[in-house]
Design a protein around this ligand. Sequence first.
Ligand code: FMN
Length: 249
Amino acid sequence: MIPFLDRECVTVAARKSRLVEFFYGEPDPELVQHVHDLGALASWQVGSLSEAIAAEHAGCDVVVAQGTEAGGHVRGQTSLFPLLSEILEVLRIPVIAAGGIATARDLAAALACGASGARIGTRFVAATESGAHPLYVKALIDASAADTCVTEAFSVMWPNAPHRVLRSSIAAAEALSEDILGETRVGDQVLPVQRLSVICPTTETTGHIGAMALYAGESVSSVRTVLPAADIVSALVSGATQELERAAG
Ligand SMILES: Cc1cc2nc3c(=O)[nH]c(=O)nc-3n(C[C@H](O)[C@H](O)[C@H](O)COP(=O)(O)O)c2cc1C
């Protein structure tokens, strides 16, 4: 995340991982080169055509096109398919689709459009391995796309950065008057959770869980079960393959 970038973390990530991805900042050729020098591929998640072109010019190997359907912080102002079409028309490097994808049909649609893959967030908040607080997971399972909205409500620690959350979490936060809603653990530190801060609740968070930032994409309509991540991936891939074969006749 460019606004909080710790260059030492980039170095560690590039030494350990096959791919290092950046988000929420102007594509930076120097950072991309640094990742390449350490042997990893570089990716940039973008929200507009101009940012995608800048990422390709910066030397990225992959671009993630994020539509406004996405959960969490939302970079651009265009929904996934119009954005994907614009970017695919111009870029030569692989483009990954992000935002609103949680079913095999969604994945098949993105691949049929020309994306090389999908980046999926909200669906995995309800994976068995997820560290999300159980009340957050339950709120996702109970919600639909229309229960989400893009807001700047949860701006403490990171202002001017729109994000998509469950609308209920904004109402719950606004109904409370206390400054501190609970505590959360990050590594070996226990930190207070300020009202309207960017922190989303994990299994190690206590307090008013429903009034914290409950990030959710429009894809939340398809989050109905908690499953191991591997099962989610294999159902998506086999289902999308079937959809694409069926469409091809
Ligand atoms: C709970 C949550 C946390 C996220 N955190 C990050 C993050 O730390 N860095 C990042 O690049 N994107 C983050 N994202 C956004 C994803 O990269 C992606 O754009 C989004 O999840 C795609 O839409 P979907 O949620 O509908 O699948 C997050 C999304 C969610 C739902």
